[in-house]
Write a protein that binds this ligand. Structure first.
Ligand code: AMP
Length: 119
């Protein structure tokens, strides 16, 4: 399986890079949902969080901390989100974390029990 993120890792498609090491890449989201919206991906392909090798997450957590510090978000705060599977609306089937910050973020209602609408 090859996604657009695999092409970015191989350099076949450009990205606005934030940080990179041997195992991970962080780049700005093309369609930002916050003043700072960064995607953080492993270079090894996992479909999503549910299928990732938990051992990778220790290294990935350290890399995520570095990205936050690099952007100054370690001080101001940020939201970390990963969409996982169909119901979450995951579009790119390559594990990625969204790092959102640079403003006071609102926290949406996840479920409205009356209207049965879900955000
Ligand atoms: P998700 O819905 O969690 O799978 O998120 C996929 C994200 O990838 C979306 O926020 C897109 O805006 C972003 N995206 C898709 N293509 C690119 C690209 N070429 N460069 C940067 N971000 C991208």
């Amino acid at each position: 399986m090859s996604t657009i993120f695999s092409k970015i890792i191989k350099g076949e498609i450009p990205c606005n890079k934030v940080l990179e090491d041997d195992d991970f890449l962080a780049f700005h989201d093309i369609n930002p949902r916050a003043p700072i919206h960064i995607l953080i991906i492993p270079k090894v392909e996992y479909k999503n969080f549910q299928s990732v090798d938990p051992k990778l997450m220790e290294k990935m957590t350290k890399f995520i901390h570095k990205v936050a510090a690099h952007m100054g978000l370690d001080k101001s705060g940020y939201r970390l989100v990963t969409n996982n599977g169909e119901d979450s609306g995951q579009e790119v089937m390559h594990l990625h974390f969204h790092m959102l910050g640079g403003a006071k973020l609102t926290w949406p209602h996840v479920a409205d029990a009356d209207t049965k609408k879900f955000i």
